[in-house]
Design a protein around this ligand. Sequence first.
Ligand code: BJ8
Length: 450
Amino acid sequence: MCQIASPLSPFTWGWGFLNLEEECAMGSDYKEMWEELGLDLEAHDALLKVLGRFYGDIYLSQKGRLKGAEYLDFVLSEVHGLRINELQEAKAQGKKVVGTFCIFVPEELVWAAGGICVGLCAGADIGREAAERVLPRNTCALIKSFMGFKLARLCPFFESCDLVIGETTCDGKKKAYEILEEFAPVYVMEIPQMKEARDRILWKEEVLRLKDRVEDLTGNKITADSLSDAIKMLNARRRVLQRLDSLRKAIPTPISGRDALLVNQISFYDDPQRFTQKIGELCDELEERVARGQGVVPEDTPRVMLSGCPMAVPNWKVPYVVESSGAVIVGEESCIGVRNTRDLVSENGKDIEEMIESIVDRYMKIDCACFTPNNERIQHVVKMAKDLKVDGVIHYSLQFCDPYTIEAFKVERALEREGIPVLKIETDYAMEDVEILKNRVEAFIGTLGK
Ligand code: BJ8
C-alpha cells in the first residue's frame, strides 16, 4: 500500500500544503473511492481545502516542531485517503466498521469481535446548514457537526460505518440519534446518570447488550483470547498517551498543546497499533528534549490547562487562540484528553466474565458532566492543574451544552479556592468570535503574573 500520498490525496488535491506527488509508488484513486462511498464530491473538496488551509496556518506554521510530528502531518493529510482505503480493504475482507461519538462506548468489544472502531469527527462547522434543517439552531456545535457530516455526505468515515453507536449522555445527543437513525444504522447504549450500585447493574447490562449486538454484526463470537488482546491493545494506546501527558509536565514543556491535542484526536481513528508505535517514537524524542531542558517555548511562558467539552477534529480554534496569545497549553481535561486515557481496563481477568467486569468498572470511572453528582471531575481538575503546575485554567464549553456550561461554576470555584485563576469561555465552531476570544484570552494571560 502507498505509504506516502497519491496524486489525488489531500497533499496535492485540495490541501496543497505538502508536495509529495512524485514519491507515491502506487497512487490509489481516492476520488473514485469517495464517489463509491456516496460523498458529495464538490462539498467534500471544499472541506478538504478549508482543512488544508487551517492546518497550514495552525500547525505547519509552528516553530520547533518534532520530527515525530511528520506522522501527525501525514495522518492528517491522509485523513480521508489512506485510512479510508484501509477501512475499505478491511470491509472487502468481511470486517465491519463501527463508528462512535463518545468515549463511553467500550471499544474493546468491537475489536474483540473482529470489528474496527473509529471515533467519528464532530468538530467542523461545515455541515451546519444541513444539520439545522433537522435540528434546532440552539443545539451544541458537536451534535450539529455529526448530523451535518451525515446529511451533507461529507465524511468518508461515516459512510464506511456498518453501525454507529450512540449513547444517552446528554439530551441533545440522545434526541439527535432518533433523527440520525433515519439516515444511518444507529444503536444506542443507555448510559447511567448516577454512580450508585444500581447504576452499575444497568451499565453492566448495557455492556452485555452491546456485546451481543457487535457479535451479531460481525458474525464472530468474542472469546477470552480476543477480548484479552483487545484490552491489551487499547490499554497500550492509553499508556502511550499517558506517557505523552506526563512528559508535558516538564518546564519548559517539550510539545505544543496544539500538537498534543492532534495526537489525541488522531488516536480516535488511526490504526491503534500503528498509532501506539508512532507516538511511542514521538515520546522518545520528547524525552530527549526534556533531558536537554529544551522546550517548545521559553521557560517563562504561561502554562495553561484546558478543561471542559471535547475538541473533536478539526476543532483547533481555542488552542490556536491560546497559543498565539503568548501561552502554552500543557494539558486537556477533556474526552479528547485525559478523560479518555486516565483509566486502564484491568488486564488480570481470567475469563470473559471477569474481563467484562473490568470493562464495566473502567468505563464507570468516566467523569463526564452528564453525571450527577460529578464531584470526581472537580477533584480531577484541581489535581491535574496542580500536577501540571499551570498558571491558569481555561474552562471551555460549547454553546448550548448545559452539562459542561453549568458544571463550570463548580470547577471555577474549586480552582479559585486553590488560588488557580480561571477563565470561562463558551463558543462554537464558527470563526466569527475569534477576535473577541483572543481579546479575552490575551487579557487573561496578561493577569497570570509572568
Ligand atoms: S463522555 S463529554 S464524549 S458525552 S458538548 S454533545 S455533552 S451538549 S460530547 Fe461527550 Fe461522551 Fe460526555 Fe465525553 Fe452534549 Fe455537551 Fe454537546 Fe457533548
